[in-house]
Ligand binder design. Structure first.
Ligand code: 5CA
Ligand code: ZN
Length: 425
């Protein structure tokens, strides 16, 4: 499906590096390794190879809240840092445009699920554009991927990795014994997996499964629910985890550099997607880095559709809030931390942005090349935005105090925050 219009990216390659050091390698925390690890370090010819990233996108209802925005900004930073280092980036994001929660919401509101999904996806695109998020190279819906999913599932049925329940529903499950390393990504014990699975769309209590944790691959057609031709599977619709696995495999190959999303997806979603992909290809691990953004909360709880404690990007925009201030506010804290959104968070972002804008207009300031180097190093270290933003603050304070004689520096500062942090002054 269509993504959105890309922001203009200033070219920083003409700015001489202050220290003359080579561009730092992006290091990211990998949930599977439980450590910060350099990206691009684990494969032959990695230096010249394109970087690949799959990010779990929205289920299109209640979009775009600030939690979605924070997660999209996180992976936008990965994209920008890689590009700045000269890498080609192949980036795929999905839209879960068929799933139980989408149908439940459409039923609740008397909406057509297709209209709801199209409306919310359109709103998400607008919000992404306003936040200057570089669009994915492929923006892919689950529905348009059904034929590809069916082909892969047929293979899993043939090889007995998938099994059909014998209760007449036509539901097909993934046999977890085919994935002996299951759990390597999330490191959770079985009890926690059972609890999270029940909470996050799984059905550990379902009768007839070989293992309560076995995830759904194909849901047989039900009265009143949309269904597609599944060939040997029978009519129905795909399960959640297999959608992301197939979209990623089809567009990016058997292994991706980064599998991304919020930390609410660590289990079961990313554990199961990885298991599906690895059984389909025979190659592991599916992702060289499993990268997870912390949850944005409001009023002490995770911002979530089910709780309804949402602040929408579009609402703030309608109230006249500059999306660049939202971006600065969300980057003021580290992406991996679960954090609360308050009025003060936004106010601090707005004040900071105003100072940056003012400083960009001074005739000269401290070295722009040093600032660029500093921001590059900060971001390369697991996207340390608090440090990167404080370096910009320090440069601005000094420039506004009349310190420094670099007449190129105000423009370099503006280009740095634009290209690397996505903030247009
Ligand atoms: N469609 C699935 C992924 S395949 C999904 O989780 N959709 S979502 O609409 O619920 O979330 C979209 C993205 O935003 C996911 O990466 C999710 O992990 C992330 N996300 C959801 N809520 C928050 C939050 N409160 N804070 C940060 N990120 C969030
Ligand atoms: Zn996903």
């Amino acid at each position: 499906m269509d993504s959105w219009i890309p922001p203009e990216l200033p070219d920083l390659s003409a700015v001489p590096s202050g220290s003359g050091v080579a561009r730092p390698t992006l290091e990211l925390y990998d949930t599977a390794r439980q450590a910060v690890h350099p990206t691009g370090a684990d494969h032959i010819g990695a230096e010249a190879a394109p970087r690949t990233m799959y990010v779990c996108g929205i289920t299109p209802y209640d979009a775009t809240h600030l939690g979605h925005a924070a997660t999209m900004i996180t992976f936008d930073l990965v994209n920008r840092v890689w590009r700045d280092a000269g890498h080609e980036v192949r980036y795929v994001q999905n839209v879960t445009d068929i799933d139980d929660p989408l149908l439940e919401r459409a039923n609740r509101d008397g909406d057509d699920w297709i209209v709801l999904a199209m409306r919310e996806t359109a709103l998400f695109r607008e919000d992404m554009e306003s936040l200057r998020i570089v669009p994915p190279s492929h923006y892919i819906g689950a529905v348009e991927s059904i034929p590809a999913i069916v082909t892969r599932l047929a293979r899993l049925l043939d090889t007995a990795v998938a099994y059909r329940l014998e209760d007449g529903t036509g539901d097909v499950y993934f046999d977890l014994t085919s994935a002996p390393r299951f759990g390597y990504e999330s490191h959770l014990d079985r009890e926690t997996m059972l609890a999270l699975s029940a909470e996050r769309g799984g059905d550990p209590g379902r009768e007839g499964k070989r293992d309560p944790l076995d995830p759904l691959l194909w849901r047989g057609a039900r009265d009143g629910e949309p269904a597609w031709d599944g060939g040997a599977l029978g009519p129905g619709r795909p399960g959640w985890h297999i959608e992301c696995a197939v979209i990623a495999l089809d567009r990016l190959g058997a292994v991706v550099d980064v599998q991304g999303g919020g930390n609410d997806l660590i289990y079961p979603h990313h554990e199961c997607s990885a298991a599906h992909a690895e059984v389909l290809t025979g190659v592991e691990p599916f992702a060289r880095h499993y990268v997870h953004a912390g949850m944005i909360g409001l009023g002490g709880e995770k911002m979530s559709k089910s709780k309804g404690n949402l602040v929408f990007v579009s609402r703030l925009r309608a109230d006249g809030v500059d999306p660049m201030a939202m971006r600065v506010a969300l980057m003021a804290t580290h992406y991996r931390a679960d954090r609360q959104w308050t009025d003060d968070t936004l106010k601090a972002g707005q004040e900071r942005l105003a100072i940056w804008r003012e400083a960009a207009t001074v005739p000269a300031g401290p070295s722009g090349a040093d600032l660029l180097d500093g921001v590059r190093v900060a971001l390369a270290h697991d996207l340390d935005t608090p440090l990167a933003l404080s370096l910009v603050d320090s440069w601005c304070d000094a420039a506004l105090a009349g310190t420094g004689a670099d007449i190129e520096a105000p423009a370099v500062m503006a280009a740095t925050v634009d290209a690397l942090l996505g903030v247009r002054l």
